[in-house]
Design a protein around this ligand. Sequence first.
Ligand code: SF4
Ligand code: SF4
Length: 165
Amino acid sequence: MSKAQTAEIRTKRTKKLRNPDAPFWESKELEEMTHAEWESLCDGCGQCCLIKLEDEDSTDIHVTRLACKLLDVASCRCSDYVNRHKKMSDCLAITPKNVRTLRWLPETCGYRRAAEGRELEWWHPLISGDPETVHEAGISVRSFARSEKGVRESAIARYIIDVIK
Ligand code: SF4
Ligand code: SF4
């Protein structure tokens, strides 16, 4: 591909991102979003609240079906979102700055999709207008997660369901 062709494609991409008629997640840079807009990008799937184990040798990340004890598995929402960082020191805030570095974020995550310039799917509440569609589409952890409460640390590995290389 010639340099001229590359430049033309880049220009088209920039135009698409800056389309003023597009919704905010397609027209704004992540850093330009208001706090409310940023928060609304979360589809409420609860996938990032599953306990993960990192293999120290390979750095593979093993995802379990155990959910953080603050996650309300029925709603897939944090039961104390405002105080989550005080209560759970390892709860990481997803920000425009770090979102591209979090390889364990699922492909479906609204933040990841926006960061990668992908469209939101029909089941995202911003598209459907209904917070239930993320569950109806089988994207959320509602159907398979269980709380980490009562599970011994030595038993966590039994609940591994996926590996991220
Ligand atoms: S994975 Fe992404 S979309 Fe799902 S709950 Fe976590 S931040 Fe929200
Ligand atoms: S503290 Fe809340 S937001 Fe953080 S991992 Fe636990 S349930 Fe998720």
